[in-house]
Design a protein around this ligand. Structure first.
Ligand code: CUA
Length: 368
């Protein structure tokens, strides 16, 4: 036992078998190691800054009525909080200097049991809390209100680890994934539930979070104000790829939204007969294992709904629930080994050959 401990110590401080360098403590050894690791760690950290296009995941740039209410409330509490902080720290600084110890100074006047002082420092915080509470309660009730009659209903369904969005269009339902499209100036009524575990829907620039709970329909109502692409994600730990459960909210002009919805309601684009790779890909996707989980409207893949609807997949900006730009290279990497990109992914590694991947990418990229 004793010799094993010794061996591992040698491994940590120098070449195996070599005695510890003379006069070198564990702290020194670790410090030199962390110095060597630092550039590597910094590089790793900075990789977080690249990759997929970035959007502010912030509620300080509100782009809906709901988000604006939250931000105004936040500013009120900020102002009051900073004012209290400034007064307290200024008083502290003054007291520390003015009443600091000097040799021979008399004992200061004791104020224990001073009723007026105690009333003051109880009442002032109570008033501040009341000032914050009134608008807080008002905002809570306002943002829980039932939607107006003409609100646009959209169903939001959370899955491990992606989002489904369903739009009623007449008798039909348009189904899409990971990109929720909304028209500006129109109140939307999102009805939210989960197909498996608890998630949380959050697009910070559109408003607050909503719990996504199996067997329960929650609701969030807001009116998007400005066309744009907004970042959203799951805000409740839901398993190993929780951090990879992202989405985009795309706010269109009303005309742009109608055009998008019309296109989504149409069946998938049919490949041209002369495009051999695309045809082979279509066969693989719509008659192979993919069809067990993915729907592509207008093809034989129209029964399995465990995975995202792919009817207009090529129009989406990102793939694998918002984690990578939707391009041929990323799509090929995803098809080769989904769990490598998204640990725990329900989509398994199907053991596809390079040719199969190439054909499938060719087909999926035509799905506009
Ligand atoms: Cu879904 Cu976290």
């Amino acid at each position: 036992m004793k010799s094993r401990v010794k061996t591992s110590w040698r491994h940590r401080t120098g070449a195996p078998g070599a005695p510890p360098a003379p006069g070198r403590t564990i702290t020194e050894a670790l410090r030199s190691r962390s110095t060597r690791l630092l550039p590597g760690l910094t590089a790793l950290f900075l990789t977080g800054c690249g990759g997929v296009e970035r959007f502010p995941a912030t509620w300080s740039e509100p782009r809906s009525d709901f988000a604006r209410e939250l931000w105004d409330l936040q500013q009120l509490t900020n102002v009051l909080g900073f004012a209290v902080g400034a007064i307290v720290f200024a008083a502290l600084a003054y007291i520390l200097v003015r009443f600091r110890y000097r040799p021979g100074m008399p004992e200061p006047k004791q104020v224990h049991g001073n009723t007026r002082l105690e009333l003051t420092w109880t009442l002032i915080p109570a008033i501040i809390i009341a000032v914050i509470a009134v608008p807080t309660v008002r905002v809570i009730f306002e943002t829980q209100q039932d939607p107006p009659e003409d609100a646009l209903p959209i169903e939001v369904i959370g899955y491990q680890w992606w989002w489904e969005f369903r739009y009623p269009v007449g008798e039909d339902t348009v189904v899409t994934a990971n990109e929720i499209h909304v028209p500006v100036g129109q109140t939307v009524d999102l009805r939210i539930t989960s197909a498996d575990v608890i998630h949380s829907f959050w697009v910070p620039q559109m408003g607050g979070k909503r719990d996504v709970i199996p067997n329960r329909w929650n609701r969030i109502v807001f009116t998007p104000e400005e066309p744009g692409v907004y970042y959203g994600f799951c805000a409740e730990f839901c398993g190993e790829s929780h951090a990879l459960m992202r989405m985009r909210l795309i706010a269109h002009t009303p005309e742009g939204f109608d055009a998008w919805l019309r296109n989504e309601a149409a069946p998938a684009v049919e490949p041209l007969p002369e495009d051999e790779a695309v045809l082979l890909g279509q066969q693989l996707v719509t008659q192979g294992a993919c069809a067990g989980c993915h729907v592509i409207e207008g093809t034989s893949a129209n029964f399995g709904r465990a995975g995202p609807d792919l009817t207009h997949f090529a129009r989406r900006r990102t793939l694998a629930a918002g984690i990578l730009p939707n391009n041929a290279e990323n799509l090929a990497a995803w098809l080769r080994d989904p769990p490598a990109m998204k640990p725990g992914s329900r989509m398994p590694n199907l053991g596809l050959s390079d040719d199969e991947v190439r054909y499938m990418v060719a087909y999926l990229q035509t799905l506009y």
